[in-house]
Ligand binder design. Sequence first.
Ligand SMILES: Nc1ncnc2c1ncn2[C@@H]1O[C@H](COP(=O)(O)OP(=O)(O)OP(=O)(O)O)[C@@H](O)[C@H]1O
Ligand SMILES: [Mg+2]
Length: 419
Amino acid sequence: MNRMNGKAYGDSNVYSGIRLTEAPPSPSLDTTPPPSDPSPSDSSDNISSSRLGEEVRRVLNKFFVTRLAETILNDGEDNQRRSRQEGNQREGGYQETGSTKTETKDGVANSSSHAAMIDELRRKCSDAEKDLLDRVVDLTNVPERYSDVCVDETVIKSLERVTHIGVTRREQFELGILQANRIGGAMLYGPPGTGKTLLAQAVAKQCKFSMLAITSGDIFQKAWGEDEKVIRAAFSLSRKLHPCIMFIDEADGIFSARRTDDKKHIRGMISEFLSEWDGASGPKGKKNPLVMLASNRPFDIDQAILRRTPMRICLDIPTPQLRERILEVMLRDETLEDITVQEIAKLTRLYTGSDLRSLCVSAAIHCIEEQQPDADTGCYPASRKLYRRHFKAALKEIRATPPNRLLARELLEFRKRQG
Ligand SMILES: Nc1ncnc2c1ncn2[C@@H]1O[C@H](COP(=O)(O)OP(=O)(O)OP(=O)(O)O)[C@@H](O)[C@H]1O
Ligand SMILES: [Mg+2]
């Protein structure tokens, strides 16, 4: 079936590499982790079946459905929890890290080389492209290792594969069956703070791609009719950055099918985006970016956009096992004295990765607040040890982001429909 015409988006997906039938993941996320890809580089598996994409989605669906359902079921408890949250200082805001760093093509990872690359690029850019140069993400501080991004390994493998094949083997998509089944993009969706941006950045960094992050502000801030110009500039800039991931955060805000603004205007903007995405400009679209969308509300996104993202990955609220992994990563360079990450993981039900990070920061701050300067030297200790009491204090301040029952239900329904 032609993917563009079919009602099931996944019918002709061409990403591959996951052996889905060998050991399907347990329907309960809290017990068994899903299998990892046993041979991600086995080329005989590549693009082997038109049904593979559909199966990827079905397995991923099964995997995540449980957590979303749990969120809905636990809403009563969460309401009580929410009412206890007055005084919660989470919104006091710990600084997001790693959101604006990149790596140069030669692999030299530091912010000054990123700045030099931008300066070089500036000379070749049109005015409209120059306006978007500060959207080229500096990936310097993004984790070097995928293991720092605690999501199911099959998710990472399949996303990396799509990214790589979709951009570096673009010429293959000008021939035969693949002509009508290009890999145009992928979508990461799920509740806030579950690592969508982090994962997209990690994939870009690992694949040594550039990343251009576009938001609704970039597109809609301009005068009437200017948004189509911004879209053309975004695509032409990303071609100059080739290979490049164009990351569109909060994609529902741009491509919403439910927008009440001028429908004709929005349709024009979406049409322009689709035509650029399909490679209307550039040499047969060869250097076009891989478009990666991120959204908390994928069900609001226009169908024509959804059709071009055959790979959809749900990042859910972490399981206890994933919480342990996230905490291990975050507390890797800290010394824990009378508490373990396993214990902290048990105490943090429904905490997202972002909540866990705030919790760890809060515990460390409680620790340094306790520290006294040395009586002789007047110097504060250069190191620290985290105790149970620090986490206890942090747990009082940092609660799980209150799950949004309606959002969880809509996400669950979306996921079921995709399966
Ligand atoms: N799965 C995870 N593994 C490791 N760290 C995580 C994970 N999820 C979240 N984090 C931590 O939380 C931070 C915020 O996550 P991120 O911004 O990627 O979430 P998001 O899903 O994009 O949220 P939003 O929907 O609000 O944009 C990350 O920088 C990271 O420190
Ligand atoms: Mg994000």
